[in-house]
Design a protein around this ligand. Structure first.
Ligand code: SAH
Ligand code: SF4
Ligand code: F3S
Length: 470
């Protein structure tokens, strides 16, 4: 097996020295703390990366602003999962050309999955000349060094080489939330689902050492975090690549043993690697939230095979059956792609049947988007956009109905919920989450934000539950 490159503590220390150097340079320019604007697209993995970018920026002396006009540095952390995600980035970055004219000294940085795609990097190089710094996920750990270089010698820097990927511990973090936290447990993906760009832009699977993960969770629990989500593209293959191999169930058990009143969630799980051992561990560990996000993508075996998902519909349904037997109140969510190349409407209807059988609490639905360089992008795709949309609408209509029915069944129950924020709504000024992570709009005292509270569910619609703190 390929050995994972581990970035040494000395290398990170060196990056922190670059942060100090940047701080000194900027302090010479103005006594006010410089401001940074960070914008994040894509999944929680990108959110977690942005927390590290903010951590580095803070070490460079930056404070944060939500206003691009005020910022000395703008960082846009991008996503490549669908074409639409990229179009949004290009639209917003294109608009920054005017800002750059007004403020030529503002550094504009683009990072994340999109720029790791050679075609996208080329487009930025040629047509978005106001962008100063471009770096992919592999180079994130060297962000301070790149900023330092740019400040010393103006020019443009691109750091988007293709790599298998590395692991860097000890990068500072500025978290966005006081109640919920993300903890990456592994990076990359080895699965190469035929439609998916992630393995190309995030490199191969590599796991953090359990000790490093446990130390991070311990600290979060000590700081009072109540909801901790373990992140990876496929957490179920955690630990296989470590010098002392372990597995995700063993990690869950160890995280569960950390003292404190907090919930553990994790995502994402690949059905082919979700085992009865995992389900039993979930059932046994009292801190592990009764919820599983288990993407099935398509309900037809031929389509699943061409997608390279390496499981059948029957295998998927069997896993769901095992899980429901162990945790009857489990909340289930999933991802589905409509309009994969060659999927007929009849094959698509197998997806509807999976919905009817499993009755997911919520579903994330996507229309297939060809990603250059993936096998699916060059497959024959005869179905029209209109027909795909019609199928997509059938799918969401069915799921809306199921979600509404499932939510209605909560009315009258009292659940221990995590109050995680406030909303502008006068009648329901709080937001809370059930143990299975369903959203509750709740009436009650704003002082309960950040606490677990019993919430009586008084109403529901297809999107959320309504209730009051008792
Ligand atoms: N690692 C996760 C998924 C990450 S991407 C997993 O395997 O479950 C999140 C979701 O985006 C995927 O589950 C899939 O449903 C969707 N997706 C990925 N590539 C896509 C594409 N090219 N077009 C449409 N949807 C896509
Ligand atoms: Fe993409 Fe498949 Fe990997 Fe998920 S498991 S990130 S869908 S290749
Ligand atoms: Fe997007 Fe990269 Fe996540 S492509 S979905 S930000 S891993």
């Amino acid at each position: 097996m390929e050995r994972t490159t581990v970035i040494s503590p000395a290398d990170i220390k060196n990056q922190l020295a670059h942060c100090q150097a940047v701080a000194r340079l900027l302090a010479r320019q103005s006594p006010e703390p410089p401001l940074a604007f960070v914008d994040t697209y894509g999944c929680q993995q990108n959110e977690a990366d942005s927390e590290r970018i903010r951590g580095y920026l803070k070490q460079m002396g930056f404070a944060f602003t939500g206003d691009e006009e005020q910022a000395q540095i703008i960082v846009i952390n991008t996503c490549a999962i669908r074409e639409h995600a990229e179009q949004r980035v290009f639209g917003n970055v294109g608009a920054l050309v005017h800002l750059k004219r007004r403020h030529p000294d503002t550094l504009i940085c683009l990072c994340g999955c999109m720029v790791q795609r050679p075609e996208a990097a080329k487009k930025i190089r040629e047509s978005y000349r106001h962008v100063d710094l471009v770096f992919g996920p592999h180079a994130l750990w060297r962000f301070p060094e790149m900023v330092h270089q740019l400040l010393e010698a103006r020019g443009r820097t691109f750091s988007v080489e293709d790599e298998a990927g590395s692991i860097a511990e000890g990068i500072p973090v500025v978290r966005q939330d006081r109640v919920r936290a993300w903890v990456s447990i592994m990076y990359g993906c080895n699965n190469f689902c035929a439609y998916c760009i992630v393995p190309y832009v995030r490199g191969r699977e590599r796991s953090r050492r359990p000790e490093d993960i446990l130390a991070e969770v311990e600290q979060l629990a000590a700081e009072g975090y109540k909801d901790i989500t373990l992140l990876g593209q496929n957490v179920n293959s955690y630990g296989r690549d470590l010098p002392q191999p372990t597995d995700f169930a063993a990690l869950l058990e160890r995280v569960n043993a950390i003292p404190g009143d907090f919930l553990i969630r994790f995502m994402t799980s690949h059905p082919k690697d979700a085992t009865p051992r995992l389900f039993e561990t979930m059932a046994r560990c009292e801190k592990v939230a009764p919820v599983l996000h288990l993407p099935f993508q398509a309900g037809n075996d031929r389509v699943l095979q061409v997608m390279n998902r390496r499981h059948t519909r029957a295998e998927y349904l069997e896993k769901i059956r095992q899980l429901k037997a162990l945790i009857p109140h489990i909340v289930l969510t999933s991802d589905v792609i409509v309009g994969f190349p060659g999927e007929t409407t009849r094959e698509f209807e197998d997806t509807l049947r999976v919905l009817e059988e499993v009755r997911f609490d919520a579903l994330f639905t996507f229309i297939f988007s060809p990603r250059p360089g993936t096998p699916a992008a060059s497959m024959d795709d005869p179905m029209s956009r209109e027909d795909k949309l019609a199928n997509f609408n059938r799918l969401t209509a069915l799921q809306d109905q199921i979600s509404e029915e499932k939510h209605a069944a909560y009315v009258g129950q009292t659940l221990r919920c995590l109050v995680d924020g406030t909303s502008g709504d006068q009648r329901f000024p709080l937001t809370a989450r059930t143990p299975g992570n369903r959203l509750v709009r709740a009436a009650g005292d704003p002082a309960s934000v950040g606490q677990f509270r019993d919430v009586k569910i008084t109403g529901a619609n297809k999107w959320s539950l309504f209730g009051e703190i008792v």
